[in-house]
Design a protein around this ligand. Structure first.
Ligand SMILES: Cc1cc2nc3c(=O)[nH]c(=O)nc-3n(C[C@H](O)[C@H](O)[C@H](O)COP(=O)(O)O)c2cc1C
Length: 163
């Protein structure tokens, strides 16, 4: 059995729905086990045990959300040079942008020598007012379908050993 680790942080539900959709997609691949873990609960042992990764988080204040950054801060050195070459992809839930958060993940995992196997999947909720930003999010069906496809593609690639 191979393992796909999905690490997610979400404050208002958007990134969580995206991660769950990706996990659903990955479940279509019977030879890959998917571990979906909140960023606060994921540690170095989870990273070491996985064959590939999907990181899902919001962009906050033009940066990767703090709890996801904390996950990388805690796990970066314990696994450095022990996961070189493994595949990864990222998903960002954002109000209107998301690119800086995606860039930060790419920069961080360059140090881990991970291989990006899909472009960052960014979903914008278009929340602009404080009320809309703080409200629970509902990600649309078409966007969730893209997340499912990404999870399925990651799991299929890991299973086939093509990454
Ligand atoms: C403090 C804060 C800062 C934010 N800054 C940004 C930002 O810089 N760029 C952006 O596109 N969205 C920004 N947003 C919007 C969130 O990315 C958006 O609400 C997203 O749905 C959050 O994901 P979640 O539902 O998984 O928590 C911000 C939200 C908060 C609460």
């Amino acid at each position: 059995m191979k393992t796909l680790l999905i690490v997610v942080h979400s404050a208002t539900g958007g990134a969580r729905q995206m991660a769950m959709a990706a996990a659903e997609g990955a479940a279509a691949e019977p030879s890959v086990t998917t571990h979906l873990l909140p960023a606060g609960q994921a540690g170095p042992e989870d990273v070491l045990a996985a064959d590939g990764y999907l990181f899902a988080a919001p962009e906050n204040l033009a940066a990767l959300a703090g709890q996801m950054k904390d996950f990388f801060d805690r796990t970066y050195y314990p696994v450095l040079d022990r996961i070189n070459g493994r595949p990864y992809a990222s998903m960002i839930c954002a109000g209107s942008d998301g690119h800086n958060a995606a860039r930060q993940i790419a920069r961080i995992v360059t140090g881990w020598r991970l291989r990006e196997v899909a472009a960052p999947l960014i979903v914008c909720t278009r929340a602009q007012t404080p009320e809309a930003i703080l409200a629970q999010k509902q990600i649309g069906a078409a966007e969730l379908a893209r997340c499912r496809e990404l999870g399925a593609a990651l799991a299929a690639g890991i299973a086939a050993g093509i990454f």
